[in-house]
Write a new protein. Structure first.
Length: 169
């Protein structure tokens, strides 16, 4: 998806900077994005898959930091980051093709609900994760290609960006 956004110059049309996190973002990536957010006053949106890994590992690590580095998270997190990724409700609203949750997905989601202070603090996330568990499915960003290869660039992301206040925290 990153390559598609890049090749179609999505960054130019929307006046943004694209950064691929390539999975769980490294400290260097998080520090760089944090500086863009703080010093340049740029909004930060994380576009990730709708699965427990994308939500509780990739997005959560960007937003609040790593559990293994709690003592230095204040330098390596982006508190103003917002979730632009595919949500469980998007799976329903856009009739997205899905894959069943794997056992590791279910464990990760339940662990996030039970033990992670970030998810315990945000009721919206608890609702979303429970919805995902109830549906027992996950969806990748690429599932949006169901509506055409350029759908994400021309419709999905522009429409989502118009409704930032509806984003999950």
């Amino acid at each position: 998806m990153f390559q598609r956004l890049q090749s179609h110059k999505f960054w130019r049309k929307t006046k943004c900077i694209l950064v691929s996190m390539a999975g769980v973002p490294t400290r260097a990536t998080r520090r760089f994005v944090r500086r863009l957010s703080d010093q340049c006053k740029l909004p930060v949106y994380a576009f990730v898959d709708c699965d427990p890994y994308g939500i509780s590992n990739i997005y959560r690590t960007l937003k609040v930091g790593s559990g293994n580095a709690a003592h230095i998270n204040k330098f390596f997190c982006v508190p103003k980051a917002r979730f632009l990724g595919v949500t469980p409700q998007d799976i329903v609203d856009y009739k997205l093709p899905t894959h069943p949750l794997k056992e590791v997905d279910v464990k990760r989601a339940k662990d996030a609900l039970k033990n992670d202070p970030f998810f315990k603090r945000h009721k919206e996330w608890q609702t979303a994760i429970k919805q995902l568990l109830k549906m027992n499915v996950r969806a990748e960003q690429q599932a949006l290609a169901r509506w055409g290869l350029n759908y994400v660039i021309e419709e999905y992301l522009p429409n989502k960006l118009k409704a930032v206040k509806k984003f999950l925290p």
